[in-house]
Design a protein around this ligand. Structure first.
Ligand code: 4NP
Length: 158
C-alpha cells in the first residue's frame, strides 16, 4: 500500500501529514509507504516550513529531513491513494489525470473523517503557529482514521 499526501507547496500541510501517517503506520506495524508532494513548484528541494517542523517535533515527529517535490502524473501509477488537502489541490491533481482509474485514486483527506462534506485542511502559510497547531490536530485525526481503515489483507508483506 502506497499513500501520497498532496498540498500546494509541499512545505506545510502535506509534509506534516506525511510525518504523522508514517509514524502511525510504523506504530501499527503496517507495511505502508508514505510520501508527499505539492501541486506547485515554488519550493521544490526545500525543507518544510520551520513552523511545520517545530509543530511536528512537539509531538515527537521529525520532518526536518523532508524535501519538497512537485506532484507529477507518474504519481498516479506509483501510489494507490492520493489524499489532497483542499479543493484547489483536488482540481489541480484531477487535471493531470487522464484515466478514470487515476481519478479514482484521488480523495480529499478530510473525506475520511467527514465523508461528502468537502471539508478542507486550511492553508496555514499566512498565519501564525496556532494555525499550524490546528492543522496538525486535524491531520492527526484524519491519519488515525486512515490507519483504522487500512485493509490488513491488502498489505503486502515483504
Ligand atoms: P502548503 O502551504 O501548501 O501547506 O505547503 C503553502 C506553502 C507555500 C505557499 C502556499 C502554501 N506559497 O505560496 O509559497
Amino acid at each position: 500500500m502506497k499513500i501520497l499526501m498532496v498540498c500546494l507547496g509541499n512545505i506545510c500541510r502535506s509534509p506534516m501529514a506525511e510525518g504523522i501517517l508514517r509514524s502511525k503506520v510504523a506504530n501499527a506495524g503496517l507495511n505502508v509507504i508514505v510520501d508527499s508532494a505539492g501541486t506547485g513548484d515554488y519550493h521544490v528541494g526545500e525543507a518544510p516550513d520551520d513552523r511545520a517542523i517545530v509543530t511536528a517535533k512537539k509531538y515527537g515527529i521529525d520532518i526536518s529531513e523532508l524535501a519538497a517535490r512537485q506532484f507529477h502524473p507518474g504519481d498516479f501509477d506509483a501510489f494507490d491513494r492520493i489524499y489532497v488537502m483542499d479543493s484547489s489541490n483536488h482540481r489541480n491533481v484531477l487535471q493531470l489525470a487522464t484515466l478514470d482509474s487515476q481519478k479514482a485514486k484521488v480523495h480529499r483527506l478530510l473525506d475520511v473523517v467527514y465523508p461528502g462534506e468537502e471539508m478542507e485542511v486550511p492553508d496555514p502559510w499566512f498565519g501564525g503557529m496556532e494555525g499550524f497547531e490546528r492543522v496538525f490536530e486535524v491531520l492527526e485525526t484524519a491519519c488515525d482514521k486512515i490507519v483504522q481503515n487500512i485493509d490488513f489483507h491488502n498489505i503486502k508483506i515483504n
